[in-house]
Design a protein around this ligand. Structure first.
Ligand code: NDP
Length: 327
């Protein structure tokens, strides 16, 4: 028996609780893992609060990330005792996820825990941090360098935003952090942000083209915010778009793309191929200061995870949540 959060019921009427689960109920997979740490991402909070249809079947154990130790494996790539990390692949959506003391998974989804990260730090990074790194890599691939000019990061006090600010600053970029929480200026500057911009300045409909300001941008917001970010890019600027915290829509025009040669890169972490994941994790090991990562982490006890999901949805969590789940 093990403890896990279960979403039960149906899409229209779900209940969520911490339950004792029989190991025989674990789904199919060739690797069984004792989960040491997990985390709460935006998507997990959507699943737990039921604000979006993340769980694709019921009952579902949420949790798109986990770090733990292999206890059984019928796959030659992993053996008992290996420390592993999982991000995405539909886990916590279509397949039981990381908010439990045990998980049974496909070996194809697992990567070895990357030195020098501990399991706790790997969950401090989580999907949010690994996505931030995918965004930074996308800017680099499209030719953005620290000499290109200022980089804008939206949702800067959140998980993706915090890691993006810290990594970009360490790489020598001048970072402007967009936030709806001006009281967090000290935190954002401690991560390396040069300037802070009030989110309200990007919320309202603007012109198709605004003053050329940003050489690159990492956007977690979507909606009107992303439209305004695109409008404010410099000639041949590059935007990495990964989120929808402000909305699914994109009320832009083609002007930034056809008149300024702006590139809009879509970033998906869930189905990214294994080599891209390993590359992103290796870059995080190199380009994310462990001290700054530790400063982003709030540890939440397992039995308070459901409450914390509500706080995350309400924008009351800063940085990254880490949840120790071992019994
Ligand atoms: P968090 O909740 O940790 O951070 C989101 C941040 O967005 C908030 O902290 C807040 O920052 C900002 N925000 C909230 N509401 C709004 C709004 N209405 N307009 C503009 N900004 C807002 O979430 P994550 O960092 O984990 O995820 C951010 C987004 O990225 C989510 O939409 C998530 O689904 C997406 N995502 C996508 C992935 C992919 O593979 N494409 C992977 C991971 C995440 P502040 O208060 O500083 O403004």
């Amino acid at each position: 028996m093990f403890k896990g959060i279960l979403i039960e019921g149906s899409r229209s009427e779900q209940t969520v609780s911490l339950k004792t689960i029989d190991e025989a109920q674990l789904p199919e997979g060739d690797v069984t893992v004792d989960v040491a740490y997990t985390t709460l991402n935006y998507k997990d909070a959507l699943a737990i609060t039921g604000r979006a249809p993340i769980a694709k079947s019921y009952p579902m154990v949420p949790g798109i990330d986990l770090a733990g130790v292999v206890t059984e494996s019928s796959n030659p790539d992993f053996k008992a005792g290996d420390e592993v990390v999982l991000n995405g692949w539909g886990v916590g959506e279509k397949h039981w996820g990381g908010l439990a003391q045990k998980a049974r998974l496909s070996a194809d989804w697992l990567i070895p825990l990357q030195a020098p990260f501990t399991a706790r730090q790997a969950m401090g990074v989580g999907t949010a941090g690994y996505t931030a790194m995918l965004c930074v890599i996308a800017l680099e691939k499209h030719g953005v360098t620290p000499d290109s000019g200022d980089i804008l990061v939206t949702g800067a006090t959140g998980g993706v935003g915090s890691v993006a600010v810290a990594v970009l600053a360490k790489l020598g970029y001048s970072v402007t952090a967009v936030t709806g929480r001006p009281e967090e200026e000290g935190y954002l500057k401690s991560l390396g942000a040069k300037q802070i911009l009030d989110r309200a300045e990007l919320n309202e409909p603007g012109k198709p083209l605004a003053r050329e300001t940003w050489a690159g941008a990492i956007d977690v917001a979507g909606g009107q915010v992303l439209a305004n970010v695109c409008a404010g890019m410099k000639y041949r600027g590059v935007v990495a778009a990964c989120g929808l915290a402000a909305g699914m829509d994109f009320p832009s025009t083609v002007a930034p793309f056809i008149l300024r040669g702006v590139t809009l890169c879509g970033i998906d972490s869930v189905m990214a191929p294994k080599e891209d994941r390993l590359h992103a994790w290796q870059r995080l090991a190199q380009d994310l200061s462990p001290e700054l990562l530790d400063s982003m982490i709030t540890e939440v006890p397992f039995d308070e995870a459901i409450d914390a999901a509500g706080r995350l949805m309400d924008g009351r969590i800063r940085g990254r949540i880490v949840i120790p789940v071992a019994g």
